[in-house]
Design a protein around this ligand. Structure first.
Ligand SMILES: [Zn+2]
Length: 330
């Protein structure tokens, strides 16, 4: 599930962009005569947030990107805290794993909600594209995301681990899974499979193989993260020498334990988020603001010609992937 992140942005949280610097980062007007302006102004003693982030990016290779809900808010993914919209009609707290397993009515309501969410097309935003750009330069070795929306894939990222699953698939969780652990037969299908069953009039589709309960292939409240996925994510994070945490509260466990372990093993941590996180004190860089504004400017500044890492890009795509229709899900 996405980590809820408030969607409101205070004015002073806005980063300085090349075209529209925030007042706090604006430089005084150059009042010198025109013929004197070829001399650069003295260096700004307090670099803009995106410039500090660019400096961190330039200083590190083998970066692992760790993303949370704040990366997708600019794509219009509804978060649980925001009023209005779909959360006026559905209470996400009802959809815990145990309630879902125990109640036909809860499952029917969850499928109604999901069907409604599937109708909301979403697209990657500048934050997703900047993560992909960072991967293509070879500086980032991959992404671990807490998001279930598939937007990193849509943006062309190649090495993404979805820690909390994907809302674009459904799976069998078995007839009576217990203790928050799915116990399905292995049936896994695109979300379109469930959509077709729902449109055919079913309200609680069952597994075509074993008759078990079918659920979106995501981690619900009260559901355990798939140990195999967690192990892959941990391996990925520890394979890097730096972690770039984007738009995550870094409070949801066990996800947040991954950057903690990386730091304890000597990795550098940079945190970009609107709000404070529990790991700010352990980070080498903390930048407050909207990821979709800060990261594109920082990646552009960090990857200008001459600033590339010495190693060649290791997974530069040769063809542009055609994005699938976007879907927003909790
Ligand atoms: Zn099954």
């Amino acid at each position: 599930m996405p980590t809820p992140v408030p969607a409101d942005a205070s004015a002073d949280a806005r980063p300085a962009l090349p075209r529209a610097p925030a007042p706090a980062d604006a430089r005084p007007p150059d009042t010198r005569p025109a013929d004197a302006r070829t001399t650069p102004l003295p260096a700004d003693p307090t670099p803009a947030p995106h410039a500090r982030l660019a400096a961190w990016l330039r200083a590190h290779e083998r970066i692992v990107v760790f993303t949370g809900a704040g990366v997708s808010t600019a794509s219009g993914i509804p978060d649980f805290r925001s009023a209005g919209g779909i959360w006026d009609r559905y209470d996400p707290r009802r959809f815990t794993f145990s309630r879902y397993v125990g109640s036909h009515e809860v499952r029917a309501e969850a499928w109604r909600m999901r069907r409604e969410l599937w109708g909301q097309r979403t697209r990657p935003n500048a934050a997703h594209r900047a993560v992909t750009d960072l991967e293509r330069t070879g500086r980032a070795i991959g992404t671990v995301t807490q998001n279930i929306d598939g937007l990193h894939d849509d943006a062309g990222a190649r090495a993404v681990i979805e820690l909390h699953g994907s809302a674009r698939r459904v799976c069998c969780i078995g007839a009576r899974p217990r203790s928050g652990t799915p116990a399905g037969c292995g049936f896994l299908a695109p979300a379109d499979w469930a959509l077709a069953r729902l449109e055919a009039g079913e309200v609680d589709p069952r597994c075509p193989r074993c008759g078990g309960i079918v659920k979106s292939a995501t981690v619900s409240f009260g559901q355990n993260v798939d140990p195999a996925v967690l192990a892959r994510a941990r391996e990925r994070v520890l394979a890097g020498s730096a972690v770039l945490a984007l738009g995550s509260s870094l409070r949801v466990q066990p996800a947040a334990s991954l950057p903690v372990e990386a730091v304890e093993r000597g990795a550098s941590l940079a945190v970009v988020n609107r709000d404070e996180t529990p790991l700010d004190a352990r980070a080498d860089l903390v930048v407050r603001g909207a990821v979709e504004h800060l990261l594109p400017a920082a990646v552009a500044a960090a990857t200008t010609p001459g600033d590339q890492p010495s190693s060649p890009p290791h997974h530069m795509p040769t063809t542009q992937r055609t994005p699938e229709p976007g879907r927003a899900l909790p």
